[in-house]
Each structure stands twice: as C-alpha cells, then as structure tokens.
Ligand binder design. Structure first.
Ligand code: MG
Length: 451
C-alpha cells in the first residue's frame, strides 16, 4: 500500500452521496486533474443513475478545459468502457457508484491499459484537486467532443469472439440487469452465442424501482421465480455497472459467489495449468478445486485492482496466469482483459454448462463442502488486534498481505481492518462447521479485549 493515504479515492475510485461529496464541481475538478495528467483522447461513460448526465457533462467540461478530446460512450458497463479504452485511448472515466443505492454516484478512472488507476496516480489527482493545480488551455486549444459510432458493439463483439460459436443453442437464460448498465449488453451477448433469453429489469432507470443495484440473495427472488417458471438453465444478475455477475441455478437457488468462482476456476484450470490470482479473503474452495490440475493460488490484498495488477505483473515475469477474481462475482479473464467483467462471466457460465453437460444445480451440489463464518467488529483498536493475533498464532502459517490470514490444514481465518472505516472483519472457513466454530472461538478469545 502507498504510504500517503488517499482521501477521496477508495479501492474503487471516488464514491459518495450526490449533492454531498459528489457534486458537479468535484467531478469537473477531477476531470481537469485527469486531463492535466493524461493529455490526449479520453473515453467517458456512465451507468444509469439519475445524476449521471449532470456529472458526465461536468467531467467532459473538465477534460476539454485541459485540451483533451472526449469520446462520450453514454451508458455502458464499466468493463465495456475498459475494453474500449484498452490500448486505444489515453484514459477513460466512468461515472458510476457500482452496487451502491441510487443516491450515490462516483468516478472511476481507467488507464490506457484498461486497468483502474493505481494508488499513486489517484493520490496525484487528489493533490491536484485540493490545490487547484491544473493545466488549463487557452481558448484556441480546448478539447472537443469527438462523435463516434456505437462503441458498445465493439465490446459485445469482443466478448462473443472469445466463446465458441452458437455454444448457447438450446439454452434458456434469464437476465436481471437491475435497471443498471448491463441492460445494453448482456442480453445481446447471450443471444449472440445462441441462447434463448428472457429478461427482467432490463431498462435503464436510475431510481432502481425493481431492486437495489446490489445483486443480493434477497433482491433476486423475482429472478429466481422466473428461472424456475421458464425452466431456464440459469439466471444471471449484475450490479449497477455490471463488472460483477451472480447466478441463480436451475432450481431457483442463489449460487454463493465463491462457489461461482470455484466452478469457473475449475473449468479454466482443467484446460490450462497455471496460476489463479485472488485476494486473501477468497474461499479456500477455489484452491481446493484447482489443485488436482497442478494449478496454484497467488493471494493479493483485497480489491480487484490489486488482483488485476498482480496478474499483469506475473505475466510480465513469464508466469502462466489462468484466471483471477474476487469471491463476490467479480471475475477477471486474462485472455479477454484485465478487469472484472460481468458480461464475460455470464457467457462463461454458458460455456461451462455446455462443456460439463450437467445442470448448474448439480455442479454446485458436487462442490466440496464449505462453511464460512463472517463477523464485523466496530473498533479503533485494529493495530492491537493484529498484534495479538500475530502473537497468539505465531506458530501457524501466517500471510500478512492484507490483515492477518492464518492457514491450517482444515481451517483458515482472516482478520482484516477496513481501509476506510473503524472496523475489523473476521472470516473463518472450514469444510466442517464445528471445526470452523472452534477456531472462531479461539480467535475471538484472543481479540475480545479489543472489541
Ligand atoms: Mg461494480
């Protein structure tokens, strides 16, 4: 982690409530900062939020004031903008608050290589915003908006090209974009590979009348009903900017995201031996199912940007990187691009089922058992907690990339302070509930003086 602390930017860009932290003024200043740092042609886009048009125009104004030319892609998923930017434009900006409720919005900056901006560059943006340090151009040098054809189609084609033709023939799928950005892409992607597609909430509405942008179990009951009534192979739902995809199986059951990750990981690792990159918070299920193929896990800090950058770094060292992602439905396919991609994940599920020739429910049921216990403690004693854990478990195998992860043969745990709030998270996972609970007690007794 960078020494200097970010003030505006979190792990996923700047995000906050519209009219409070997120104002056109702030967004325009971020635009002027980005334009000062990355002069050239910049692609911008947004999700479906009501504040999107006001904020994207502020962003465009800021960029053009510093001489950048702007390509406005309109509403599109974050991974679609990343795909469009990759190796073609100087940078990209998405106006989105991902899975947050409608009152939120935010800014995510994309670098030339299609990955999210790193901590050092984000801190430079903040410093420029706070000190009004921008390279503004004179009247005859300001930028313009460059009209472009429908660039979203390039993304859809790019995804479809990665999958064997007509792999979805005879497969029925239900899609729930939740009135978010995926309404423009996922149905077309799945239809292009031959699927029969039903949709719900597949229109843009920043009031999110049907469900919150977070695709949680509770929010997806209508999708589950529709999967069962249409006898679909699966249902897929996205968050607001569609970098994540989660699934409902053919029996109408929500597929826990670590299980989704494990199933797709097993499929990809059975085809190619190599490394899978994921944060230390991911279920060991993933490691377990890929081990028989000689594949290994490389653990990173929590945050998709760390996963994406680690994947690139390993590849640059000549290492074989097969797959990456997080246990929240945010999966990264390195043959496609280095960011989480919900549309790509949806179509990978079609490929997985076609290859296995089994139902999604039976594949989920065949996974090894896993019990994950999760806790959240409000405390400002994170340092003391980590110190106590290090001391008590000194004889165990410890990984301190992000918090402290303790790995034992049949159980593991992660104790991790939040980067943004005064709280500490605890995860414990085992194949056996009583083992998980026993270990949980052992950890709780160690940290209880501080919570
Ligand atoms: Mg998202």
């Amino acid at each position: 982690m960078t020494e200097k602390k970010k003030q505006l930017f979190g792990t996923n860009g700047v995000r906050g409530i519209v009219g409070e932290l997120i104002t056109p003024e702030l967004v325009m200043k971020i635009g002027m900062a980005v334009g000062s740092m990355r002069p050239g042609t910049i692609a911008v886009g947004m999700d479906t939020r009501t504040s999107g048009p006001a904020l994207i125009n502020a962003m465009k104004a800021g960029l053009m004031a510093t001489g950048c030319n702007v390509i406005d892609c309109g509403i599109l998923p974050t991974p679609a903008l990343q795909y469009i930017v990759m190796d073609k434009y100087e940078a990209g900006v998405v106006i989105t608050a991902s899975h947050n409720p409608g009152a939120y919005n935010g800014v995510k900056v994309i670098e030339k290589d299609g990955t999210e901006m790193d901590d050092d560059a984000s801190i430079e943006i903040e410093e420029r915003v706070f000190s009004n340090n921008f390279f503004l151009k004179e009247w005859n040098d300001v930028g313009v908006v460059i009209p472009e054809g429908d660039l979203v189609t390039q993304y859809i084609t790019g995804v479809v090209r990665k999958i064997p033709e007509n792999i979805g023939e005879g497969v029925t799928v239900v899609i729930d974009p939740g009135c978010g950005a995926a309404y423009r892409t996922t149905a077309e992607i799945l239809q292009s590979v031959g699927c029969k597609v039903f949709t719900l909430n597949a229109y843009p509405d920043g009031n999110f009348p049907a469900r919150d942008p977070e695709p949680s179990v509770e929010n997806l009951a209508p999708l589950a009903d529709m999967v069962v009534s249409t006898r679909a192979a699966f249902g897929v739902a996205h968050d607001g900017d569609a970098d994540r995809a989660v699934f409902i199986d053919d029996n109408g059951r929500f597929v826990e995201e670590n299980k989704e990750f494990a199933l797709i990981a097993e499929h990809l690792c059975s085809k190619r031996k190599g490394i899978l990159v994921t944060p230390v918070s991911t279920s060991r299920l993933v490691e377990t199912v890929i081990a028989p193929y000689g594949c290994t896990v490389d653990y990173t800090e929590v945050g998709s940007i760390y996963v994406a950058r680690r994947m690139r770094a390993l590849l640059a060292e000549g290492k074989p990187v097969v797959f990456g992602g997080e246990g929240n439905g945010g999966l990264i396919f390195p043959d496609h691009q280095f960011c989480r991609d919900g549309g790509m994940t949806a179509v990978m599920m079609v490929l997985l089922l076609a290859t296995k020739k089994q139902s999604l429910s039976s594949l989920v049921d065949a996974l090894p058992p896993s019990v994950m216990l999760k806790h959240k403690f409000h405390t400002d004693k994170a340092t003391e907690i980590l110190e106590a854990v290090r001391e008590k478990f000194a004889n165990d195998s410890l990984n301190e990339i992000d918090g402290v992860r303790i790995d034992r043969k049949d159980v593991w745990a992660l104790i991790r302070p939040s980067g943004t709030e005064p709280l500490v998270r605890l995860y414990v996972e085992s194949i056996n509930e009583s083992i998980a609970k026993e270990f949980e007690q052992e950890i709780l007794s160690c940290i209880s003086p501080f919570i």
